[in-house]
Design a protein. Structure first.
Length: 360
């Protein structure tokens, strides 16, 4: 990669008012929300392309054909995600092996709860059964709606899994043409600044990934400490498996918690230990979302922690779990542009964490 110039050119010196910036933010947010089916896989593909670009470039410099280099890089990425999926399936299989024992525990707990309600609150077994039947019949429509939502989410996820690698390969293969198009959009004296932003964007994405690895390391340690405190067997194994699988939003943490919950319930024959596991994972997940992630990632990207938290929430509102992941690199690119735009100096100051002076 070319060295960054000491005195980069800047974008136009037009001053943008707060109202104009808010209007642009609103228009972009609406566009991102309405076009999320296109922009979500495209955003992940860009992220993957930026990560794999140095690897492809290195192999091409060694004499490897461009197509072969891209294929090898994508294959390595598939191996990584394949290991994650294998870990997830392995957790599910281990849980299914304990299902019969768990079912007996559930029935035993249900009988104990029924006896407690009868003894303490004088609620007869007949009333309890009538309440359960009524609840089940009323939840039929909700269950159907939940199944529809689940099937839609599953089909959407499969579509993303199929289209993201295709986008990534095409972006890597046509990267020179895409850069030339980007240069052609702006005047010639801005090419140096655009090239600098592209170089620093790749660095920003690498810093983002480094920050994510640090997050998973801290989450794994905290999970393990929490499980050790409440006395769960194999705390470091369960703690780091849960940390790794949090890479898969929502589903990962649910699946990874099933084994320690089951093991603790069978081992100690008490409902309090599974509740303790749920409490530990819940506290760590909240800390990861609103404390660990903003500090670990924001510090590496030199972005204000408050802005990181706001972007996580905004990403969740607009794109769901996908937005919570990719909106952070987005804001780092916006900061790179704002650092070099006189009219966006106020925005640059807002995004900055104050550790370094803004560039003009």
């Amino acid at each position: 990669m070319a060295n960054i110039l000491k005195t980069p050119a800047s974008f136009p010196n037009k001053k943008y008012s707060s109202l104009e910036i808010l209007l642009y933010v609103l228009l972009v947010s609406v566009l991102l929300y309405l076009g999320k089916t296109l922009f979500i896989p495209l955003s992940f593909a860009m992220l993957i392309s930026f990560l794999l670009y140095p690897i492809c470039k290195w192999m091409e410099h060694k004499g490897t054909n461009k197509s072969v280099a891209i294929t090898i890089a994508i294959f390595c990425l598939f191996v990584f995600f394949g290991l994650l999926i294998f870990l997830l399936i392995n957790q599910v299989m281990e849980f299914s092996n304990e299902w019969q024992t768990l079912k007996l525990k559930l029935l035993e707990t249900a009988n104990q709860l029924s006896g407690f309600l009868t003894e303490r609150f004088n609620i007869s077994t007949e009333k309890q059964m009538a309440f359960l039947k009524n609840s089940i019949s009323n939840s039929g429509t909700q269950a159907f709606s939940l199944i529809k939502i689940t099937l839609y989410s599953l089909s959407e996820s499969i579509f993303y899994l199929l289209i993201i690698p295709v986008y990534s390969v095409l972006i890597l293969y046509h990267r020179r043409a895409l850069v030339h198009v980007l240069f052609a959009i702006f005047s010639s004296h801005k090419k140096e600044t655009i090239h600098e932003i592209l170089v620093e964007t790749i660095h920003a994405y690498y810093n983002f990934i480094k920050g994510m690895f640090l997050v998973y390391l801290i989450v794994g340690i905290l999970n393990s400490i929490g499980l050790t405190i409440i006395g769960i067997p194999h705390p470091f194994l369960f703690g780091f498996i849960a940390s790794i699988l949090t890479f898969i939003p929502y589903v990962g943490i649910i699946i990874s918690s099933l084994i320690p919950i089951t093991v603790s319930w069978i081992t100690f024959n008490s409902i309090w230990y599974p509740l303790g596991v749920i409490l530990v994972f819940s506290i760590v997940q909240i800390m990861e979302a609103y404390i660990i992630f903003p500090f670990a990632v924001g510090g590496r990207l030199k972005i204000n922690t408050l802005v990181i938290i706001v972007m996580i929430i905004a990403g969740g509102i607009i794109w769901g779990a996908a937005g919570m992941i990719v909106f952070i690199p987005f804001i780092s690119i916006i900061k790179l542009v704002a650092d070099r735009t006189e009219g966006l100096k106020t925005l640059s100051m807002l995004l900055s964490n104050g550790d370094s002076k803004n560039k003009n």
